[in-house]
Design a protein around this ligand. Structure first.
Ligand code: NAP
Length: 395
């Protein structure tokens, strides 16, 4: 096991090493009619991906000078143990703490509620007083509070009791908000690493291998002690096999609104429908049930945070409305065509055979009384039953 200071040397001998930089897909959705550009396959591999601009220099990354870092040093050779304080020890804070403890780091925790028992069970030292926790001088403060409470919690922390150089990390599911909050509230000596583990207690319950971990080194001092500390923290996720994706907070939020917010939105909508298991579930239907399961278990506060604190979410909501209407219109347009044909067939009743449609052909059409734009919500509602008639036949 190494201490942070012994890594100073390792880092400087490694200073000429360059890490691979990939260009980020730059196209995002801007309007319902805009061509949808998905991230290229290149962004889905296991190589760290850098997108947008360098957070320290504001230069596009392709022009930014390579930073001296230990990124390329095999994480196993950098076996640094950190003292990490988890602030907000709810569902996600505890989930992360379990793995961090297993990797041999010392974990302290503080939360609004009393989690001393849960903490003890997983080898975490629990503090019911934030002053006491900060006086332990953790090297890393890991904020796992709800999006909505983060500002209040951060402003209430006794920052003056921490060491002058402390690394602040957040795991919020939105990224531009904590980035600007940290830059605004934290003293200049503090380092800032904004992260988003893109998995949760459900999707990550059997391990984190291959799961995406997004991070943005918003402000990490150039001294090796600071870069090493940040890298040692990132090693928690590297060592667990996460797919490390380095990306600016702004890019994260654009991508997340088009993927994560839509996923949660669909999960919540389907939950309202009260989908049930049937004896004839298809694979597609099973995946819908799983989606409901995965999303509805998260707190509503988390979902609301994804909406309120990501400026791109509203646009995605509008797009979903638009898409739903388009599909409905497509269906009803098709239906109108059929009804029109049916009317024509009725007026030419005797000529059906002549017009090329066999009398034996039983063409099923919804009855004209069935209005597809008003789908009643419950299966028990008799109005919901699709009332079919047969063209040129009886039912
Ligand atoms: P959450 O409902 O978003 O947050 C719960 C945490 O926030 C608890 O620690 C809770 O403390 C604290 N909290 C809520 N209101 C508070 C207030 N008014 N004052 C002080 N603390 C308050 O659920 P979560 O799933 O645990 O998520 C935590 C963070 O992780 C969120 O920022 C979320 O975006 C992020 N995240 C979650 C997942 C996931 O799958 N769940 C995945 C990636 C990132 P107490 O329990 O002590 O009340």
């Amino acid at each position: 096991m190494l201490s942070l200071s012994s890594l100073h040397h390792l880092s400087s001998t490694n200073s000429t090493t360059h890490h691979t930089t990939q260009q980020c897909p730059s196209t995002f959705l801007s309007s319902p009619t805009t061509h949808v550009s998905l991230p290229s396959r290149r962004t889905r591999n296991h190589t760290p991906v850098r997108c947008g601009t360098d957070s320290n220099s504001n230069l596009p990354l392709s022009h930014a000078p390579e930073k001296t870092s230990m990124n390329n040093l095999d994480a196993s050779k950098r076996d640094v143990k950190l003292k990490i304080a988890v602030i907000g020890f709810g569902n996600f804070g505890q989930f992360l703490a379990k793995t961090i403890v297993k990797q041999g780091h010392r974990v302290l925790a503080y939360s609004r509620s009393d989690y001393s028992r849960a903490a003890k069970e997983i080898g975490v030292e629990y503090f019911s007083d934030a002053d006491d926790l900060c006086e332990e001088h953790p090297e890393v403060i890991l904020l796992c509070t709800s999006i909505l409470s983060t500002e209040k919690v951060l402003r209430s922390l006794p920052l003056h009791r921490l060491r002058r150089s402390t690394l602040f990390v957040d795991v919020l599911s939105v990224k531009e908000f904590p980035r600007s909050l940290f830059l605004q509230v934290l003293p200049k000596d503090f380092d800032i690493l904004c992260t988003h583990p893109m998995f949760g207690p459900d999707s990550g319950k059997s391990g984190w291998g291959g799961l995406p971990f997004v991070f943005d080194k918003v402000r990490v001092g150039s001294e090796s002690i600071r870069t090493n500390r940040a890298e040692a923290f990132l090693d928690v996720f590297r060592n667990a096999g996460c797919r490390m994706v380095e990306m600016t907070c702004a890019d994260h939020d654009k991508h997340a609104a088009g993927s994560q917010f839509i996923t949660h939105m669909m999960g919540r909508v389907l939950e309202k429908l009260g989908l049930e298991n049937t004896p004839i579930n298809t694979k597609g239907y099973e995946s819908l049930l799983n989606l409901v399961d995965n999303t509805a278990r998260d707190s509503f506060e988390l979902f609301y945070g994804l909406f309120l604190y990501n400026k791109n979410a509203m646009e995605q909501l509008d797009r979903m409305d638009w898409a739903f209407e388009m599909v409905k219109k497509q269906l009803s347009g098709y239906l109108h065509d059929l009804v029109r044909k049916q009317l024509m067939l009725e007026t030419n009743n005797d000529q059906i055979g002549v017009n090329g449609i066999s009398n034996d052909q039983k063409l099923m059409l919804p009855s004209p009384t069935y209005n597809p734009l008003q789908i009643p919500p419950s299966a028990d509602n008799p109005e919901k039953k699709h009332d079919f008639v047969m063209v040129n036949g009886k039912r």
